[in-house]
Design a protein around this ligand. Structure first.
Ligand code: TYD
Ligand code: MG
Length: 480
């Protein structure tokens, strides 16, 4: 027993446990993240905790042969919000614990309240636990969203035991905790939102979800760096982590799964925040294109593949002479290191002397491009701005750029080409290795083997005589 009374510490960032206090986490190397786990006096045995957080009658699990486990055909419950269902992998699985994270004010409460409304209007009992807002405030938000169904219940409570008691009495199909940072157990040290509280409350709700097969949504605030102590330790225990992203001054909202035990983490849902809540964007490509028919120098369209869905997005680049010692490279929505690689390839393999120039790259709509198939488009946008030569009209570029300046194959080229054709594009630069697969679409496929070839074949003549900071007297400019 002596062993049990010893305190343990865990890292608030990654959840790693150590018997001693540590200044730097041995697992994730973060500094000052050690928190003391509840001492043995308050942390009851596993069985005791189980009894405590689950309704009477839920039996304790015993080992059994895996082969004897029947996989019941439990159809997933669709939420009524197709964009969310897509991200979840087809709907809600009973007994799952889902963490919805995001910056404050981004729309987490709105999204989950919309789910709660949609489910309760289809005869599901939903209990919405609000720790941050009053009943009136939640009611007001619900009114903005439309009619409030009868089987949607609200409980303003921050004490975890009271929440579990209420849930055990009511037995809802779906329980929402908004937010997990406001819940606390009175028998533990630390205020609401501390790592200990968030972890223990998360665990209690996990046991409740699994024992009663209730779907539990946890809402968690995350800072820009994703570094708030609580939600990180939660990521390990929940079944799915969804992040709602977007920029404060843009109304587009992207829902991504960072973890999903029941589906892919590549799918993405697109919403727009409006007066009446989050509206789904069924055709996001159209939303991320400016609609300009004539291309301008420095602008390119890329086809990113997000999960199973191609997404056409406009990228803008601006290259201008640098007046400071170190040229600036500023990106929004694109990885700055990836841009540095593309600039080096443009310099060495295409011969563009960009090294002494400032380069700015911005992706429209607040979206972040991570997929390598967008390389070629971004590189061409930069080259286009540098040379002041727009891309050919209604043309896009698809391909990954290698360090040798080659254009590599991409996943599902056919899907991207079909989407581009549907949106009125007439020409696409595609990796030469995939030229055969690109026939049969109502779009001209220009096979390019290298970035240099793409540069030669996809850019138009200079829009107007280059002025100001745009260099014109380089040998390439004379040749081009
Ligand atoms: P909220 O869901 O409260 O954000 P979070 O829970 O992530 O902190 O919503 C934040 C913003 O959304 C708020 O500034 C108001 C805006 N909003 C709308 O524009 N339309 C709506 O219908 C609702 C409910 C909110
Ligand atoms: Mg909220």
């Amino acid at each position: 027993m002596a062993k049990k009374t010893r305190a343990t510490f865990f890292c608030g960032s990654c959840g790693h446990e150590e018997p001693r206090w540590f200044g730097r986490c041995p697992s994730c190397q973060a500094w000052n993240t050690a928190s003391e786990a509840p001492s043995a006096a308050t942390a009851t045995s596993a069985a005791g905790r189980r009894r405590r957080w689950t309704p009477a009658g839920a039996e304790a699990p015993a080992p059994r042969a895996l082969a004897s486990v029947e996989v019941a055909e439990t159809p997933r419950e669709v939420t009524g919000i197709p964009e969310l269902d897509r991200v979840l992998g087809g709907g809600l699985v009973p007994g799952s614990l889902i963490l919805v994270g995001g910056d404050p004010g981004i729309g987490k409460s709105t999204l989950v309240l919309q789910v709660a409304r949609a489910l309760s209007s289809r005869e599901h009992k939903v209990l919405y636990v609000a720790g941050e807002e009053s009943e009136e405030q939640v009611r007001m938000r619900a009114q903005r969203l439309g009619e409030t169904p009868e089987s949607l219940f609200i409980l303003c409570e921050t004490d975890l035991e009271a929440v579990i008691d209420a849930a055990n009495a009511m037995r809802p199909d779906v329980l929402v905790a908004d937010s997990i940072q406001t819940l606390s157990r009175s028998d533990l040290d630390g205020g609401p939102g501390s790592v200990t509280q968030v972890r223990e409350c998360g665990l209690a709700l996990l046991q409740f979800a699994k024992a009663t097969r209730t779907v539990v949504f946890l809402i968690g605030h995350v800072t820009k760096e994703g570094a708030v102590a609580g939600p990180r330790v939660l990521e390990h225990m929940v079944d799915a982590v969804l992040y709602l992203e977007g920029e404060r001054y843009h109304d587009a909202r992207i829902l991504r799964a960072a973890k999903n035990r029941f589906g892919s983490t590549e799918e993405l849902g697109v919403f727009v925040m409006e007066e009446g809540g989050l509206r789904e964007v069924a055709n996001p490509s159209a939303a991320f294109l400016s609609g300009a028919r004539e291309s301008q120098a420095g602008t390119a369209v890329v086809a990113s593949l997000e999960g199973s869905r191609p997404l056409l997005v406009e990228v803008q680049a601006l290259v201008s002479s640098s007046f400071y010692g170190t040229p600036q490279r500023v990106t929004s929505g694109f990885d700055a290191r990836r841009l540095a690689v593309l600039l080096a390839v443009l310099e060495r393999r295409v011969g563009l002397k960009i090294g002494r120039h400032d380069v700015f790259v911005s992706v429209t709509g607040g979206i972040t491009l991570e997929e390598p198939g967008t390389d070629l488009g971004v590189a061409l946008a930069v080259a286009s701005s540098f040379k002041n030569r727009p891309l050919k009209a209604r043309t896009l570029a698809i391909g990954e750029v290698s360090l040798s300046g080659g254009v590599r194959r991409v996943r599902r080229l056919d899907l991207r080409l079909r989407e581009a054709a549907r949106l009125g594009f007439v020409r696409a630069g595609v990796p030469a290795v995939e030229a055969d697969d690109s026939r049969g679409h109502s779009i001209e496929a220009v096979a390019v083997e290298t970035l240099r070839e793409a540069f030669d074949q996809l850019l138009d003549a200079p829009a107007e005589p280059p002025r100001g900071g745009t260099p014109a007297k380089t040998p390439e400019a004379a040749r081009a």
